[in-house]
Design a binder for this molecule. Sequence first.
Ligand SMILES: [Cu+2]
Length: 373
Amino acid sequence: MKVSFGVRVLSMLSALTPGLAFAEWNLNFTPASTLLGAEIQAVHDLVMWIIVVISIVVFGAMFWSILKHRKSVGHKAANFHENTTIEIIWTVIPIVILVAMAFPATRLLLATRDSSASDITIKATGYQWRWGYEYLDEGVKFYSTLATPRSQIDGVTEKTSTYLLEVDNPVVVPVGKKIRILTTANDVIHSWAVPGLAVKQDAIPGFIRDIAFKAETVGTYRGQCSELCGKEHGFMPIVVEVVSEEDYQSWIQAKLTVAGAPSFDPNKSYSVTELVAAGEQVYNANCVACHQAGGVGMPPTFPAIKGGKIATGSIQGHLDIILNGSAKNPMMAAWGPILSDMDLAAVIAYQRNGINSTGDFLQPADIAAARSE
Ligand SMILES: [Cu+2]
């Protein structure tokens, strides 16, 4: 969104006159649906007012002195040194103010870190560029990928109000329950942040950090990765659906059923047309960010699939780089742990017969065999 400089200055000024502030110039925190969120807001407001009062007193004294005691009105400067009383006062008062601010802030910071006695634990793993979630006790596991269509990103179709803030698989949690989020990452540092739930926690490769929240109201809360993590940093949003306990239970059951029964038949021989059609979807959801529409790539960083040495070479080599990733370049991740046998067979068929025309393809059963080698 483009905001002109004038509007920014105006909105900054309007912050000083709350009565005049306009609702759509959202300058404050996103209202949070957690009690901790409300406390964070309260501490912020308290510190803000302390700053306002200090600024008025200090700048008031300064400008008053400049104005009344200037040389041109004949003021004679007093000449004195080392007033112990004053020096003690201007050391003690700031210390008292700092401690008064640090006390509630530290207490609150510790409270946001307290993930003990949580009801549900979810591990959130950052990938370039999607989130993976695992409900540790329930055994539910899925990836959550940006759902905004490419046409909106490319400016071909109208952008919706949830532009870049929508995903295929949201995180679903029950209302009024303490949720513990464990964060980690697979490649670079990401950050799991949802303002409406007052949580933000870095996701660091090789480390597990945690943060907890308890949502008080049912609703949809949207956030984004908040650590600059590469080219598609703005394209890995977080969506948390806070629902009733019953809705949560039926969602968990549905997820477990889906996980138990794959949406494809592992022993079926699919036709090349079926695989290419399915593969185009897989490609657009997972590969298009780097290899681009039509597989033209962005050489030299992201190689073209169209006419690519591997993508038109031996099909085993093609399968290998997708299944296990590139040994030379970690940007080309191992997709084996992320995609199903069907998805892998489909995306290979699409790259070889949709983008290229090699004529050969693999079945899901071939992928399963390659995995168990
Ligand atoms: Cu990220």
